[in-house]
Design a protein around this ligand. Sequence first.
Ligand SMILES: Cc1ncc(COP(=O)(O)O)c(C=O)c1O
Length: 456
Amino acid sequence: MPATFSSYPDAPSVKTELPGPRSKEILDVQNELETLSRTYTSFFPVAIAEGRNSSIRDMDGNVFVDWFAGVCVINLGHANPLVVNAMRGQLEAISHINEMPVPARTSFLKTLNSTLPGDLRNNSRTMFTVTGADACEAAVSLARHVTGRRTIVAFGGAYHGVHGGIIGATANRHYREYASLPSYGVHHLPYPYTYRFPYSVREGDESKSVVDTLEYLIRDTSSGPDSIAGVLVEPVQGEGGYIVPPPDFLPMLREVTEKHSIPLIVDEVQSGVGRTGRIWASEHSSITPDIMCISKAIGGGIPNSMITYRREYDEDLPPGFHLGTYRGNPIALAAGDAILKHLKESNTLSRVSKVGARVKAHFEEIASGSRSIGEVRGLGFMIGVELVEDRKSRAPSQSAARSLRDRLFRKGVLMHTCGHYGNVMRFMAPLTIEDELVGRGLEIFDSSLREVESEM
Ligand SMILES: Cc1ncc(COP(=O)(O)O)c(C=O)c1O
């Protein structure tokens, strides 16, 4: 990576009211012409001029530290020359063509194959899709097709997107209410969210209780759901609250699904492409998924997604099994190829593990002097800080999270929330963030949290 690739040295630097005058003009146009159902512009109301690595400059010259990375999309930082050059080369050659292979496509497929976990390597096929939801949708259709069964088991707190079929697997019911779609053919089990586990079990038995319930659903034809076509799981739950399951969860899930020949679908849309310190989060548990959903950071900012699955699932798939004009965009594939090669060859992943552990430890230190942090958890650069009314009751505090997000924004740090109750602050900076920007952000987090607590 060229030495010149770095964040703006003055980040963060907020010189105007937010939004500043130029941002305000642009936001006014947006508000006039674009839907008011947007969300991000209500959290971070500024118009953006450009980004460099882990920093963003707005139209008034204010500079923000980016701990957000476009929700885990910009994993190698904004305007990384490695990604920009790969995109530019492909853009000048050809920018769109339907399935006919360009060298970037086959190069990407080979590189992707070389990163795959366990038996998927050299023993899988890939089907391109466009968005994360599209990939999950294709994965679920594939699992139903190969098993001839209907029900998908997903988990409480899951987020797999809001397309028509997959919206049933997304757990939060308000998304289905907005789309006026019922949850068809999906059965949710609790995710082993140990801080708020719904069953009374001994500490350490959370995974077992979930997997035992799954086995009951599979084995007992009177348990309720139709026979199970697939189990769809996030290896670290993303939108649900940056929840790292206990280490025995994925191996136990793998064992039971394998025993009953049920495809295990691992949704790496948010956790993949280096985010947790391994290229794929499932590698931490040494399991091999039957189907993997990949998106977000794989396109370097250009929409792209895919499922990669056991080769034998491809045997009798009809042509046009899953369609989409924009599948496998060449510019996105050139970027994805460069990104995966970089993750394989550089020290980025080991740095993510080291710096991620340091950031988590720093949040834990802040938590020890705080009354509103209930739990800090995370893996690599997927770190969640859960805010509560008080540590004893553990009552979730969405208002504290909102207030903290706003204060951080006003001081120049972009940090977003997630969680079953919208009360989890999540650290998801680009993997290339400089140590100084981590440090400056943590100081601002600490002082802003104190301000929020003084008003609670
Ligand atoms: C784990 C996971 N799966 C699927 C999706 C849906 O992806 P998209 O927003 O590209 O449809 C998301 C989006 O955040 C996600 O986090």
